[in-house]
Design a protein around this ligand. Sequence first.
Ligand code: DLL
Length: 440
Amino acid sequence: MTETLAPRIELPNPLDPEETMSRDELEALQLARLQHVVAYAYDRVPLYREKYDAAGVHPTDLKELADLAGFPFTEKEDLRKTYPFGMFAVPQHEVSRIHASSGTTGRPTVVGYTRQDLDDWAKLVARSLRISGVKPGWKVHNAYGYGLFTGGLGAHAGAERLGATVIPLSGGQTEKQIQMILDFEPDAILATPTYLLTIADAMQRQGIDPRSTSLKVAVLGAEPWTEEMRHELEEMMGIDACDIYGLSEVMGPGVAGESNETKDGSHIWEDHFRPEILDAFDSTKVLGDGEHGELVFTSLTKQALPVIRYRTHDLTRLLPGTARPAHRRMGRITGRSDDMIILRGVNLFPSQIEEIALKVPGLSPHFQLEITRPNRMDELAVKIERREDCDTERGLAAGTELQKAIKINIGSSCRIDVVEPGTLARSSGKLRRIYDLRNK
Ligand code: DLL
């Protein structure tokens, strides 16, 4: 690298005042914002008014934070029913930007942002990147997809707000990504975990050591990933890998971000979002911190699309704040309730397979799950690549080991097909792990 003439100036990097509030101060702020946003949604969005009137609740019933539990939920279906703009709380000329979820089934869900919403979003992504160790003045390679998906533009604006130099690659074109990493020497990369794996894997195939690049930090999200995958990527690339969480209906990336120092789950930015955990089997029950269930969010400041008690279908738990004590953390997302495979009565998520497979020497993180129903009984096949340094014979033995470990840990019997390295589809964004062939 050519030396710059002047030494690099350390830019100021202060925390937002809300990051260092006490829990009491934060909850007082939450209550004030909650009272405002629920009344705002009731006044401006017919769907909220209808729901609340039908349930016999009124925004003035919100005297304390716990009262939120008495209000109806918002579902993805509500956004679909009112497609495209029926849940917007401001006239169209006040909407500065529109995004939409990819929507593999049915209509996409459309989300909107006012100028103020975009400003808050950039601030929260900047906050998330900063807690993950990204510094002002750094070069940041952004491999989240640009377009209607919130990942690309959301991460882009946040990195700019932090004071970084953004390199807007978007997803895909892996060869070009590698070239840009080698030529532009970025300090940090933003990508889905499986896409970073694709990039690192492609580097190795080209004879480039992924540990030899300029990258120091990766901020990864948009799909479930495990501690084992963190370890894999950190070792493979010689980087620190941190989580970033979010969903378009609630904002996009940056609803929560993980500390590079503690690496113990993402802190939810509770000055803007109030989380709850519901019993996965009985949604009328709100669970306490530490208990596993479905994550629900209420946006506290959004203007264009306020969401009250939005059901994410993401399964996790709330944990006390550490690096930012007042902001609770979320555990890893074990899966989405709609990603769950029910195999002969046993519930199973792809992340469980990832966790187990990465502990078996000889097996790579490249796998996919195929469900078939050959004799009116569901069958699961795990197709997984052996590692380059593991020969076919040892690969077969590793497959048998994986089969046993799945039986012991999850309770499911499945078939394992250990395949040649480089033969399974690679991710360029959110990776599809499950292939349900039952109705084919
Ligand atoms: O994936 C926003 C995002 C972009 C987050 C870039 C982080 C980085 P959606 O496309 O609406 O938005 O998908 C949201 O993705 O409900 C989770 O199921 C999953 N997800 C997002 N982040 C994580 C994460 C973006 N860190 C859905 N861990 C969410 C696990 C995640 N799952």
